[in-house]
Design a protein around this ligand. Structure first.
Ligand code: ADP
Ligand code: MG
Length: 255
């Protein structure tokens, strides 16, 4: 752990499966890890490998079937359900998550309002956050009036409004073109550095992974926190090795 950083999350041997159509679907087979307050982690792996399942467990939105997870550096996390009102972890969901009946700025302001912040201050914070992600011109629009990529930037803005200690972003640039996606990542990383916030970003984009300090790789629910990108934690074939970022695209080493 880097000097001056504190341990936020510790997890050991997490497993999670789901019942689906009478079958047991293994989503996470094995995950042990720690997240410190200065960490900037890319979570890479093909679709269906368990990235969203893992982020939901880290957020405390879901519970593991087996294993333990604790949030030593995030007071209240163990006892409180996570939500927009929580200040210590912010999650940018993979699925659309803006509230349809609220304007963009009201959506962005919500985490501060839900924590009991004043409307004026919430709006000020939301406006600054929207500017950071270059979507300030959309402030008065409804979610249905903006594109998927714009909505992703609004969600990132919403993430920072409550000034969390840890941001979990689930494929946050998947609907943005490369340049705008990288600009959003740069804005997010600038903010997290200035505000001593840790970040875990699930991504298929090798350029995004390269901007972070570490890459975790997940394959068939097996998390590898130490190998170089593309390392397969079990005896998988070479072809799979090339799909660490999904879609069959060969990728270079990032670590
Ligand atoms: N609520 C659920 N019910 C049934 N199966 C699920 C559920 N959530 C995830 N899964 C399954 O678990 C596996 C991992 O899913 P997920 O974590 O969404 O992967 P990723 O985010 O890497 O695409 C997939 O096979 C998926 O179909
Ligand atoms: Mg996912």
């Amino acid at each position: 752990m880097a000097e001056g950083s504190k341990l936020l999350v510790v997890a050991r041997d997490l497993q999670r499966s789901f019942a689906f159509a009478g079958q047991k679907v293994g989503a996470l087979a094995s995950a042990s890890f720690e997240i410190a307050s200065t960490d900037r982690i890319a979570l890479a792996g093909p679709s269906g490998s368990g990235k969203s399942t893992l982020l939901a467990l880290i957020a405390g939105l879901d519970k593991p079937d087996v294993g333990t997870i604790a949030w030593p550096g995030l007071p209240g996390r163990s006892s409180q359900p996570v939500g927009l009102a929580s200040s210590d972890i912010a999650l940018a969901f993979q699925a659309p998550s803006l509230i349809p009946s609220l304007t963009v700025i009201a959506n962005a302001a919500l985490p501060h309002m839900l924590r009991g912040g004043g409307a004026g201050e919430a709006e000020e914070r939301a406006a600054a956050a929207l500017s950071l992600f270059r979507v300030q011109d959309l402030a008065d629009k409804l979610p249905e009036e903006i594109s998927g990529g714009q909505a992703q930037r609004v969600v990132l803005a919403r993430c920072i409004v409550a000034r969390p200690d840890l941001i979990l972003a689930d494929e946050p640039t998947s609907q943005l073109d490369h340049l705008n996606g990288m600009a959003a990542i740069e804005a997010l990383l600038g903010w997290t550095a200035d505000n001593k916030c840790a970040v875990v970003i699930a991504t298929h984009d090798v350029e995004v992974a390269r901007r972070l300090d570490r890459t975790w790789t997940i394959y068939h629910g097996l998390l590898d926190t130490v190998g170089p990108l593309g390392h397969v934690p079990s005896a998988q074939g070479g072809a799979e090795r090339e799909t660490a970022l999904g879609n069959g695209h060969a990728v270079g080493r990032v670590a």
